[in-house]
Design a protein around this ligand. Sequence first.
Ligand code: UDP
Length: 259
Amino acid sequence: MSRRRQIYEGKAKILYEGPEPGTIIQYFKDDATAFNAQKKGTISGKGVLNNRISEHLFTMLATIGIPTHFIRRLNMREQLVRQVEIVPIEVVVRNVVAGSLAKRFGLEDGTALPRTIIEYYYKDDALGDPLITDEHISAFGWASQDEMHDIADMAIRINDFMAGLFAGVGIRLVDFKLEFGRLFDNEFSRIILADEISPDGCRLWDMKTNDKMDKDRFRLDLGGEVEAYTEVARRLGLLPDGAVSTVLDLDEHRKARGK
Ligand code: UDP
């Protein structure tokens, strides 16, 4: 690991230079933050699960024609991805009222929305990721109208696909956050899905019990974070029943060996 050049360290991931030009290694940490990093903690094993869950979702999305940065998983905590220029916008897709939407409009948590809502937030921690509109995006040049058209189009397709995928395993896809990037080919660029899709950036509720199976367990001090993420992975068919402790134990061994 020491040979590799670190490009960036974020709240939940570290990016390293990849083996070939135009590639990046995404390392998934166990660190968790909430409320614009005012709350910090560690969820032991989270990185392993998010790496696997995100790999699965990106691979599935590629099968329906969503272009993504994902190339392949390298090991328990790392995946090789295409280098992109991240569009500085967090794209939030909502099917059900929760979180900041409930707060902002005084709505009751859990109310199904009559139609899917897409929101944009400007990615800037110092400003607390403010809610923005297409007008800000175009006035400040964060993305072109063509790019925003592609982004909104993909966000809706991703939502339709993922809502069905999760419903099939008894999980309600309440809302989630996406990030997109520009993939350059000489002077041309196109928009592809980037970052990750994992319970860190989704609200996932058990359809029968309404139990939260996502980062809200950490935000709201509910406990059982890794168990909830594990259950998401298990329902997606990513862990054979009873294999959870083995997966996490293996990772502990790997860490103990200093790899
Ligand atoms: N989200 C995220 N990163 C952020 C903000 C939100 O991944 O910086 C996700 C969050 O996990 C949820 C959705 O986007 O699934 C909508 O979040 P919301 O606006 O309700 O904000 P929050 O309640 O998390 O402050």
